[in-house]
Design a protein around this ligand. Structure first.
Ligand code: FAD
Length: 318
């Protein structure tokens, strides 16, 4: 079922969904099942699987020189989606990036997904690779998420890149896109970021999943601003508990979001790692409760391999 269909069917109810990361190369599918098994009692209508493009590493050669090698540390997104759907009979949402894909490769990836009966996709631009200062699209690739949305939308109308294909089979993708309550870090200001978000929706995006935030006010203001400029699609809040002291620095650095002073102060004052974890769980539980009370359509948890923590939070609110 499409994400928007399931949200419409459960209108007025707050659902729970999860995002998982493919294991590091060499890992097993069982690791994903072990992570998800304890969470399935919450009946997630869909599970997102992230996509990780190649990175460069420098490997020392016998000559003493270093060779630059491209590796993908976490491959397997599509296979994991298929395995999740097969095991749990629940929809999987693969993340699909502009970065690293030509438009032909994107089309072929979408054909694979369609043949696997995967009808949801989160369309993203992706980030610059480590060692690159800014995002560089493939020479024949999509430059922004909106371009990817448009490509998917054309396939939904049976239009393929090869113009000789007449009466091409229409795909039926429900298209999600990312939104940033605290603005995307490259955007000159929040208004401009919202304008581009609106363009993604006007181009065919069916729903929005937000970047994580630790102050619900950011989400509520974001939703109000979206509605004010005519974005009517569902806006799903993304949530991640802060459970380790070092995340006070790593989360803002990696995700460009603020940690509220009250939370940061509590974490600083905590005496043990377990106390930090409890503070983070309590904070995320309170966030989740308020979002549920105020009618968020779904709470989308970034599990980051820690199902125990997520289970504790969801158990507290349902
Ligand atoms: P876009 O919507 O293309 O926006 C990128 C920037 O360009 C923004 O500053 C925007 O304001 C600006 N912009 C947009 N359109 C235009 C235009 N036409 N002209 C000029 N400027 C424009 N990354 C991964 O690598 N793998 C994942 O699985 C993944 N999952 C994610 C899931 C969620 C819910 C979120 C919020 C992010 C995820 N990301 C993932 C990170 C994401 O790829 C980065 O945040 C990336 O920098 C931006 O992606 P986007 O789709 O929002 O880009």
């Amino acid at each position: 079922m499409q994400v928007t269909e399931v949200l419409a069917k459960n209108s007025g109810k707050t659902l729970v969904s999860f995002e998982v990361l493919p294991p590091l190369k060499g890992g097993s599918m069982q690791a994903i099942f072990d992570m998800l098994d304890p969470l399935m009692e919450f009946n997630p209508p869909f599970i997102d699987v992230t996509y990780h493009r190649e990175e460069f590493i420098y490997k020392k050669q016998n000559s003493g020189y270093y060779e630059k090698i491209a590796i993908r540390k976490r491959p397997g997104t599509v296979g994991i989606c298929a395995a999740i759907m097969h095991r749990y009979k629940v929809d999987a949402v693969p993340h699909l990036l502009c970065g690293g894909f030509s438009i032909d490769e994107t089309e072929n990836a979408l054909i694979d997904l369609n043949f696997l009966n995967i009808n949801n996709v989160l369309a993203l631009r992706g980030d610059a690779r480590p060692f690159e200062k800014k995002f560089v699209p493939d020479p024949n690739g999509n430059a922004y998420a909106i371009d990817l949305v448009k490509q998917i939308n054309r396939m939904n109308q049976g239009i393929y890149l090869d113009t000789n294909i007449a009466n091409g089979a229409s795909t039926n993708f429900c298209i999600g896109v990312a939104g940033y309550p605290e603005k995307h870090f490259e955007s000159p200001n929040g208004d401009m970021d919202l304008l581009y978000l609106k363009q993604k929706v006007d181009a065919g995006a069916d729903y929005i999943v937000t970047q994580m935030f630790f102050d619900n006010k950011h989400y509520f203001d974001f939703v109000d601003k979206c509605r004010a400029i005519g974005i009517q699609v569902p806006i799903i809040p993304g949530l991640k508990p802060l459970t380790k002291r070092y995340q006070l620095q790593s989360i803002p650095r990696n995700f460009y979001v603020d940690i509220p002073k009250e939370l940061a102060d509590e974490v600083h004052a905590a005496k043990t790692a377990e106390a930090v974890r409890s503070i983070g769980i309590e904070w995320c539980t309170a966030q989740s409760k308020e979002l549920k009370e105020k009618g968020a359509p779904c709470l989308h948890y970034y599990t980051m391999g820690d199902s125990k923590t997520i289970k504790q939070i969801v158990e507290a609110i349902y």
